[in-house]
Design a protein around this ligand. Sequence first.
Ligand code: FAD
Length: 377
Amino acid sequence: MRAVKPTLQYDYTIIGGGIFGCYAALHLAARGARVALIEKEAELFQKASIVNQARLHSGYHYPRSLATAAMSDEHKARFTEEHRDFVNFSFEKYYAIERYTSFTDAQQFERFCAYLGIRCERLDDHPLFNYDRLEALYLTEEYSFDPLLLGKYYKERVFSNAQIRVNAGCRVEKATAQGAQWQMLLSNGTCIESPVVINATYAASSAVNRLFGVPELALTHEISEIAFLASPRFAGKGLTVMDGPFGSIMPYGLTGWLSLSSVAYTHHKISYENLPHFDCMTPEDLACRPEAPGICSSCPRRPASNAGKMLAQMQQYFAPSVQFEYLHSFFTIKSKLKASYIDDGRPTEISLLHTTPRFYCLFAGKINSIYEVEKII
Ligand SMILES: Cc1cc2nc3c(=O)[nH]c(=O)nc-3n(C[C@H](O)[C@H](O)[C@H](O)COP(=O)(O)OP(=O)(O)OC[C@H]3O[C@@H](n4cnc5c(N)ncnc54)[C@H](O)[C@@H]3O)c2cc1C
């Protein structure tokens, strides 16, 4: 007969070991709380927190929404200051307006940057770019954080904090509200109890909400690819072409790689349901299901790379002397609030979905909004 394990008590249970779950755990632990951090995968930081474009947004990216652009600046100064060892400050960042198919134009973009007070220096001649395809080119100021170094930093801090108990390779299988406590049975057989649960699982947000019997978020999900390149002529530089056929090549933090993405080809498959449903999920693969999506980068059924198509699209904005070498790609699920469809915004939303015991769902829009958790807890 199996011995019954005692129920472990924590002040907070955080589900999801990406940057948002790790930051929330550290923030609470620093205030004396005992925290259980539960991560489905064997390691922390395997999904959106390392598979992203690493752009520390300054607002340029949202020429059609002043509100979104202004919001993207919130927390940027603090994030940059507190993570300065993991930020690439020293690259030349160009934004350009596509000549034929853009939803924005040079005049509108200049007005928009002036309103936000962000650098936008028009360059009417530059040897690296092809002006036949660009209406206007601007030297701007935007930084790139290093997701791999950030991951290492947060993992070390979380694992060395005596207040935080990490349960990796583990999920909540059953959750019930008992008075002021959530009682949870984990997949490793452990029973835990705490008065507050924070769901920081991003693509799995609605699945975890469903497990706890609280309202789901209205989400869409896309299997997304970030490709990585090398280029002797374009090393240490970045170009984002707008707007509509968005495309970017820019440093991926301090790795020395250039990340490549394009609106047309980065997103391979889309799911309009609150839980991510994709045809590459099979009933036999229990590690990746709509209720618990897996790690796309290491999945043998991940989509074939679109790096060639993305590069062909972007190459036309460069002079022939600028060439790129494809290195490899990362894949992950990108999730968005359905409400963001209108202005393409990426808010970080924290909703209190159950009061006694408390249940928060923390849905992350951008990396530098990790501090949002401090507003509510
Ligand atoms: C393609 C792409 C490009 C992006 N570009 C940028 C950018 O340039 N700049 C920017 O600021 N932001 C960008 N973002 C957004 C940013 O990456 C995310 O907002 C952020 O990483 C989300 O962090 P997270 O910790 O919430 O999610 P994640 O890092 O995905 O972490 C969630 C964790 O929860 C775990 N989990 C899931 N289900 C369970 C479960 N049932 N039990 C336990 N654990 C579970 C997962 O395994 C995962 O480790 C981009 C995102 C993508 C996908």
